[in-house]
Design a protein around this ligand. Structure first.
Ligand code: SF4
Length: 212
């Protein structure tokens, strides 16, 4: 099996998703941060439904810092893990006010220090709000990367490192395209392998063929 060339992969995804952008709705960096925290283990579609109402009432660090946790929990309930998410959003809002002059910090380490912000969240915020060249590894990016041999690890941090070393530039848009590819084509169950133009270079497809 030939190793998949970076160019072939990047161009294929570019053709499939020429206009790939972040599917979360937001009007400020702070709204983006809240939306990304809410999106853990939840679909972007559901988050957009919730934030559509939530941001009409509250959309600044001050507004969230003064909210009662129970009140926020009720509004974000359908996103799942609502207790932790509410706690983290309120705590991050307080930190933003007290330690960062009311602005979401663009400095990566400072962003990571906020409650509820891991590398995935920090990378989504950094690339979408601050134009940083970084790639967030979610479940789709991790699956696609393993199937195509870009990484041998199920650890998102190691996968992130492997993708950065391999693709080097335009990582933000690559992230959006890999998420869409994983969501609609290279699905966890029943991926669309027969029509996939990467199948000659795909470890997962090779395994499927062997099993037939
Ligand atoms: S051949 Fe199948 S498993 Fe491999 S990248 Fe394409 S859709 Fe995914």
């Amino acid at each position: 099996m030939n190793m998949l060339q970076n160019d072939k992969f990047v161009k294929y995804l570019q053709n499939l998703f020429p206009n790939a952008v972040c599917e979360l709705n937001f009007n400020s960096t702070f709204e983006l941060l809240v939306a990304v925290i809410l999106s853990a283990q939840c679909t972007d579609k559901r988050v957009n439904i919730v934030t559509n109402e939530l941001f009409k009432k509250y959309n600044t660090p001050n507004a969230f810092a003064n909210l009662k946790q129970e009140e926020l929990e009720q509004m974000i309930h359908s996103c799942g893990f609502y207790r932790n998410k509410a706690k983290n959003i309120i705590s991050a809002s307080k930190d933003i006010i007290e330690k960062h002059n009311g602005e979401v910090p663009s400095d990566y380490e400072k962003l990571l220090s906020l409650a509820g912000v891991g590398r995935k969240t920090a990378n989504v915020v950094s690339s979408n709000a601050f134009g940083a060249n970084c790639i967030a590894v979610d479940t789709h990016v991790l699956r696609v990367s393993n199937r195509l041999g870009f990484t041998k690890s199920q650890n998102p941090n190691i996968c992130e490192r492997d993708l950065v070393l391999r693709f080097k530039s335009d990582l933000g848009v690559l992230h959006h395209r890999m998420v869409l590819f994983g969501r609609y084509y290279c699905k966890a169950q029943k991926p669309e392998c027969e029509t996939c133009k990467l199948k000659d270079n795909c470890l997962h497809y090779k395994k499927i063929l062997k099993g037939k």
